[in-house]
Design a binder for this molecule. Structure first.
Ligand code: HEM
Length: 345
């Protein structure tokens, strides 16, 4: 009996010790386990997300804000669109811009710089006043900033990232996006100013047909088709800037404020028009910058000092010169000396 009692007591002691060991093991291990489980769970979820992404499935979650669409990280339609967009937009953008650069290089090689055929006269005409030049340079500088920061979004990942590395590219792209969104507003102001100032002189007229028939006189020596304040080529630039700029502004506003779009498809349309419109407009402006600077002797002065040489004006805007001279506008160049004619290229 004593032995049985003794055995029972020993069994009870072992059971209590075992229970205690289990309790200590459980309670002691709990915090450590809790710390390990969470990260493991997270990594499992991450892996699932990656697998879902690779399988082309939608990755969505729950959100507590009214905009339920914000719960979609990516949808198959969104990914297809993104791939198509990246590839197609890249090709169109690079194609249009490189195409224009090749054309301009060919024009320069064949034609060289367009000279003032009758040489510098030494007399000048006021072509653009201060307000006009302010409107032009506001539109021009903001457009160039928008073009560079916008191009980075389309071609940067492919062309710039490999050169500067991920960190620098990330920083410059984030800043570029901020610049793009803010500089858009002064660009729109510039558009309004030049539209108000120049729309009257850019209405198509009969003389434009003659200018176009003669290719502006660019390819024949001694041919200078008549033109008023703006010739047909400049009218094309003006209307491209106004219509293209307005289209980029409207679609840009829909992109800055996505909630304005009625549907996701609407937003995709805005992005497509914005991207393709910008590529075309950049190409057109490249031609404009070329002819307004290195491509044509005497042209830059119009937007630099605001005054152009009388002979330049006679060759490119004969009807406008007649008008201005009727008002007694031509003035001797300060210092009176004629500019030396640079040797032909
Ligand atoms: C460095 C860049 C630029 C230069 C050197 C330049 C130069 C010029 C010059 C010299 C003129 C006057 C031409 C004349 O006497 O009739 C002009 C006019 C004009 N510019 Fe620019 N420009 C530049 C950029 C831009 C940009 C980026 C835009 C618009 C986005 C623009 C829009 C216009 C318009 C609408 C006109 C009036 C129409 C015309 O003459 O073609 N310019 N520019």
């Amino acid at each position: 009996m004593t032995t049985i009692t003794h055995l029972a007591r020993r069994a009870a002691t072992i059971a209590v010790v075992a229970l205690l060991a289990v309790f200590i093991a459980l309670t002691g291990a709990a915090p450590a386990d809790a710390q390990q489980v969470n990260p493991r769970e997270l990594s499992v979820q991450e892996e699932q997300l990656m697998q879902q992404l690779q399988r082309g499935e939608a990755v969505s979650g729950r959100v507590s804000i009214p905009n339920e669409r914000a719960g979609n990280l990516i949808t198959p339609a969104g990914r297809d669109w993104s791939n198509l967009h990246r590839g197609t937009m890249f090709t169109i953008t690079v194609g249009v811009i490189v195409g224009m650069l090749v054309l301009l290089a060919a024009f320069y090689l064949i034609k060289g710089k367009v000279r003032i055929e009758s040489g510098w006269s030494g007399r000048t005409l006021q072509r653009f006043n201060t307000v006009e030049r302010f409107g032009h340079w506001l539109t021009a500088t903001t457009f160039i900033l928008l073009a560079l920061t916008g191009l980075n979004l389309v071609v940067g990942r492919m062309l710039i990232l490999p050169l500067v590395g991920e960190e620098a590219f990330g920083t410059m792209t984030a800043w570029g996006k901020v610049i793009h969104n803010y500089v858009a507003w002064p660009f729109m102001l510039g558009l309004l100013i030049i539209f108000a100032l120049w729309v009257r002189d850019n209405i198509p007229s009969k003389v434009d047909a003659e200018w176009i028939r003669n290719f502006g006189g660019f390819f024949k020596k001694g041919v200078h088709p008549p033109a008023a304040r703006f010739n047909a080529g400049q009218k094309v630039i003006f209307w491209s800037v106004i219509i293209g700029g307005a289209a980029l502004s409207v679609t840009g506003i829909f992109l800055i404020f996505p909630e304005l779009n009625a549907s996701f498809t609407g937003w995709q349309w805005m992005q497509t028009i914005h991207g393709i419109g910008a590529a075309i407009m950049i190409a057109i402006i490249l031609a404009h910058i070329y002819i307004g600077s290195v491509g044509m002797e005497g042209a830059f002065d119009a937007m630099g000092s605001g005054k152009v040489d009388l002979n330049w004006a006679r060759e490119h805007h004969s009807l406008w010169v007649e008008d201005e001279l009727g008002r007694g506008e031509a003035k001797p160049r300060p210092g009176g000396a004629e500019r030396p004619v640079a040797p032909a290229e």
